[in-house]
Design a protein. Structure first.
Length: 83
C-alpha cells in the first residue's frame, strides 16, 4: 500500500512542479518520476534543516519543493536554447 502512495504523491507533486516551472505538466510517467526524485531530494534537503514530514500534505510539500529544485538544477545545466 505504501508503494501506491509513493506513486500518487509523485504524480501530484511532479504535476505541481511542472506547473510551477513550465506552466504545464510533463505527462503522467514523467510526473511520477520527477515527483519521486523530488521526494528524495526534498526529504534530504529538509532533513539538513531538521524538518521531517509525517502527513500526506507534508510529503506532497516536501516532494514539490524537491521536484522544483530538481527541475531548476536541470535547467541550469541545460542552458538557454539558441533560436
Amino acid at each position: 500500500m505504501e508503494f501506491i502512495w509513493f506513486i500518487i504523491i509523485g504524480a501530484v507533486s511532479g504535476f505541481i512542479a511542472g506547473k510551477i516551472m513550465r506552466g504545464m505538466g510533463f505527462g503522467l510517467l514523467v510526473n511520477i518520476i520527477i515527483g519521486i526524485i523530488g521526494g528524495v531530494l526534498g526529504g534530504w534537503v529538509f532533513s539538513l534543516f531538521g524538518f521531517h514530514s509525517s502527513s500526506i500534505i507534508g510529503s506532497i510539500i516536501t516532494s514539490v519543493v524537491g521536484a522544483v529544485l530538481f527541475l531548476w538544477i536541470i535547467n541550469l545545466f541545460r542552458g538557454k536554447k539558441k533560436e
